[in-house]
Design a protein around this ligand. Structure first.
Ligand SMILES: [Fe+2]
Length: 312
């Protein structure tokens, strides 16, 4: 890891709030690993490992995110699709690019630099990941949430990114968020056109981007040109705590004990968080005692099999 900032990302770092949606500028648009020819080769490599997610431009804001590839299939290979992206009428994500040795260096270059600033206010960066999105004109990423903090950076073309606050229970209810954290299901996350009025809207051009805190709902509409976008993602100690809290609250709800809205009774929230932490610790200890392999909670990089989602 390097300690020398190279200003790949430009934010108002001194006032950085890890739970606030904010604009980002970057210097990655000309990076050789993010040009189409290199991405076609990366697509070939990742496709062999099942690390490509794709659907057609038939998907809309309201398409269930998890089901978009099966509801609107794109049957062409990664190389065929990417080589013809202007006319392919497709959306494609190259998943977990940090598992590729060449692209891991890019993920580290960006997140090493970010961590010099984020660790001060949001310590424990782990499960680093990289995701590259190549899409045809007017393709849409359906409305959804992801677990990671996300620097989403526009490399080529233009797109409009809608982002909602992670505490916006009108956009995504607490129950939907809890179910996502507990079961990684997004079936209670539902798009409505009127949500557009509540969103932060970023009209991104190359060199621009946004920071989206963990579980900020988002939806993306591509412009008139093919688009290349890259996301650098990570978890922190705080995102892990939040995930446990929401998952445990959902477990209470599913057991017939619906918890009060988050924040109404801070002492109750703290007790639930402590209970969730103790339960996870006990479960992990039990697994070890049974001789089972337990993945480290703070691995440096995300594992390709973890979620199979796509933080675009
Ligand atoms: Fe996403």
């Amino acid at each position: 890891m390097t300690n020398a900032p190279s200003n790949l990302l430009q934010l108002e770092w001194p006032g950085f709030d890890p739970w606030r949606i904010q604009a980002v500028a970057h210097r990655l648009s000309g990076h050789p690993l993010l040009q189409l020819a290199a991405l076609i080769e990366l697509g070939r490599r990742l496709e062999r490992r099942g690390l490509v997610r794709t659907h057609s431009d038939g998907a809309s804001a309201g398409t269930p995110f998890n089901d978009a590839p099966s509801l609107h299939p794109n049957a062409r290979s990664a190389a065929d699709t990417l080589g013809d992206i202007r006319d392919a009428r497709a959306w494609m994500s190259l998943l977990n690019v940090q598992t590729d040795p060449v692209y891991r260096q890019l993920v580290d270059a960006v997140l090493d630099e970010a961590s010099l600033h984020t660790e001060r206010v949001d310590p424990g960066m782990h499960h680093r990941g990289g995701w590259i999105f190549i899409s045809s004109p007017h393709a849409v990423t359906p409305f959804h949430i992801d677990k990671e903090h996300n620097f989403i950076l526009q490399i080529h073309g233009r797109k409009r990114v809608y982002v909602w606050d992670h505490r916006d229970t009108v956009a995504v209810s607490e129950r939907a968020r809890g179910r996502f954290h507990r079961m990684h299901e997004r079936d209670l996350i539902r798009w409505r056109e009127e949500l557009r009025e509540r969103a932060h809207v970023f009209d991104l051009e190359p060199g621009q981007g946004a920071y989206m805190p963990s579980t900020s709902p988002h939806m993306v509409e591509n412009g008139d040109e093919p688009s290349i976008t890259v996301s650098f993602t990570y978890f922190t100690d705080a995102t892990r705590r939040e995930a446990r809290l929401h998952a445990f609250r959902d477990w209470l709800h599913s057991g017939g004990v619906p918890p009060p809205p988050l924040g109404r009774y801070p002492r109750f929230d703290r007790a639930v968080a402590a209970g969730a932490h103790a339960l996870v610790g006990a479960h992990r200890l039990a697994q070890r005692l049974l001789g089972r392999k337990v993945a480290p909670e703070r691995a440096a990089y995300a594992a390709a099999h973890l979620f199979g989602g796509a933080p675009d």
